[in-house]
Write a protein that binds this ligand. Structure first.
Ligand code: NOJ
Ligand code: CA
Length: 554
């Protein structure tokens, strides 16, 4: 296969314009501010930026309640500013992905306003209505404890409307061909302005049948092919990165057997088991999750991540496993959310322990797929549990020790900046870490550089190497006669492991350490003895005879 699929070896960085950098001093981040930070992002080595929603919105769900798909919220700038930003990215070789939130609109969207006012309006059928409150309306809520029902009465429409998420987010009737055509139009619009694709919000709900009489909604997978075909016709290298927290058994339906549906999906299954592995020091269930999600079309790719802007959803773990993760990373009820997850940022979950942070990142970056990094995690930012629900982990970026973390010149900010304690901006900020060669930020830059130099991970096949202990995970990648071995000790104790390379012709193979000078020579046969410190990790290139022969002739 040719190497054109840029997303197979990308490093994606997710940020929200509102909380990244404020240029005009009104306390809200904006495109102009973000533009000033593009060199920072490029310097760190990320290759694509995923922007969370920035379209006009009442912002009752951080922009996931869109009131106009074809604009920029005036708080963040103008369409002109967006185009400048897109150009700034292009100049630096950075790709742009944007959130595409089309399962629902804001209830303030003119479509919904017209739909509720006028039963004859064409927009009436763009939403999902029922004269009576349907049976089961109070089950299937996505935000238990905050959201009571999926059907609410609208006094103007004199009918109930369906909303999978909050009551101010009426679901679009995505089966309606006009709605589908509009979704394509929205994609076409942003493609024209320079984006390379979309992080599609809530995909299983977008493609589910909706309606009062539908007891068991079926997924309409064909819709995904329509989206993907459209992208290809308009812009050959544009992609959809789907947010679909589904069982591994249905992954291939989302990718499409021949890779004709979504190009990328977040790997939620691996994500949950990764946190279980970190909490329990036991890699076995993570290995199972990696195996279960192994199958994917050659052109498809997983997005691997640690934390995102939502809660860490642990709904797939067994009750016992979930308890272990809660106990380790979110013991207080205020750290937990929706009876299924943890709402904290990564660094406080890992008690700011540098060894564990590196382990978590090293592991995530060497899992089969493309890494997705959340803004602020590169400097180990913390959370503010006083903020409601998921907002605790969405505080402004901490740039420096200047007032308001260098995020804004205003005294007021949209969301409070973390200023106290070890994660407060006086201690945790970009400027300080930039100057410190041993900082997490500089580590991150180096690890990203190395990750980009290992296309085997994004492109290749993998196998697990036996380590003799569930504490240590060893995964090996092969691609085009190259091979890389990544070893992680999840345990709090140092461990020596014996790693046996499988093939006969690998006797005598050296393991060349990609992150330090400590290479490994095999013992008799092809086994290596590797001593890992607590939470230690190693990235090796497996250098066979072929390589050694070549090297001796250089
Ligand atoms: C998933 C998004 O990640 C989340 O933040 C949002 O609240 C829901 N979809 C609804 O759009
Ligand atoms: Ca501003």
């Amino acid at each position: 296969m040719i190497n054109d699929l840029w997303y197979k070896n990308a490093v994606i960085y997710c940020l929200s314009v509102a909380s990244y950098m404020d240029a005009n001093g009104d306390g809200i981040g904006d495109f102009e501010g973000l533009m000033r930070r593009l060199d920072y992002l490029q310097g760190m080595g990320v290759t694509a930026i995923w922007l969370m929603p920035f379209q006009p919105s009442p912002c009752r769900d951080d922009g996931y309640d869109v009131a106009d798909y074809y604009g920029v919220d005036p708080r963040y700038g103008t369409l002109g500013d967006f185009v400048e930003f897109a150009q700034g990215c292009k100049q630096r070789g950075l790709r742009v992905l944007i959130d595409l939130v089309v399962n629902h609109t804001s209830n303030e969207h003119p479509w919904f306003q017209e739909a509720r006012r006028d039963p004859q309006s064409k927009y009436r059928d763009w939403y999902v209505w029922s004269k009576k409150k349907p049976k089961g309306a109070d089950s299937g809520v996505v935000f238990p404890g905050v959201q009571k029902s999926t059907w609410d009465y609208d006094a103007v429409a004199k009918a109930y409307y369906f909303h999978r998420f909050y009551d101010f987010q009426p679901d679009l009737n995505t089966s309606n061909p006009e709605v589908q055509a509009e979704i394509l139009k929205i994609m076409g619009f942003w493609l024209q302005l320079g984006v390379s694709g979309f992080r599609m919000d809530a995909v299983p709900f977008v493609i589910a049948q909706k309606g009062a009489r539908i007891a068991k909604p079926q997924e309409q997978y064909d819709m995904l092919r329509t989206f993907s075909q459209f992208l290809t016709w308009r812009e050959g290298d544009a992609i959809i990165l789907g947010e679909a927290n589904v069982l591994p058994g249905t992954d291939m339906q989302y990718f499409g057997g021949s890779g004709d549906r979504m190009q990328m999906m977040f790997n939620f299954d691996v994500n949950q088991h990764l946190f279980f592995a970190l909490a329990s020091s036991d890699s076995r269930s993570l290995v199972k999750a990696i195996q279960a999600t192994r199958r994917r079309p050659a052109t498809a790719q997983w997005g691997q991540f640690l934390r995102n802007h939502d809660e860490l959803d642990l709904g797939r773990l067994t009750d016992k496993q979930r308890e272990i993760v809660f106990a380790a990373f979110g013991p207080d009820p205020e750290m937990q959310l929706y009876n299924r997850g943890i709402r904290r940022r990564l660094a406080p979950m890992l008690q700011g322990d540098r060894r564990r942070l590196e382990l978590a990142y090293s592991l995530m970056m060497t899992l089969p797929g493309t890494p997705v990094i959340r803004y602020g995690d590169e400097i180990g930012m913390g959370d503010n549990l006083e903020l409601p629900e998921r907002n605790c982990a969405r505080t402004p970026m901490q740039w420096s020790t200047e007032p308001n973390a260098g995020f804004t010149k205003s005294h007021k900010t949209c969301v409070p900046i973390i200023s106290d304690g070890p994660y407060g901006f006086p201690h945790t900020n970009v400027a300080a870490q930039r100057r410190d060669p041993t900082s997490l930020l500089n580590w991150m830059e180096r690890i990203i550089r190395m990750r980009k130099e290992i296309p085997e991970i994004g492109w290749g096949d993998f196998s697990f190497i036996l380590t003799g202990t569930p504490n240590v995970l060893a995964i090996r990648y092969h691609w085009r006669n190259n091979s890389v071995l990544c070893v992680h000790n999840l345990g709090a104790e140092p461990r020596e492991v014996r790693l046996k390379l499988a093939a006969d012709d690998e006797a005598g193979c050296e393991l060349v350490n990609l992150l330090s000078d400590e290479h490994s020579q095999p013992e008799k046969g092809s086994a290596h003895r590797v001593l890992l410190e607590a939470y230690g990790y190693r990235w090796y290139r497996v250098c066979g005879l072929d390589y050694l022969l070549k090297r001796s002739t250089i």
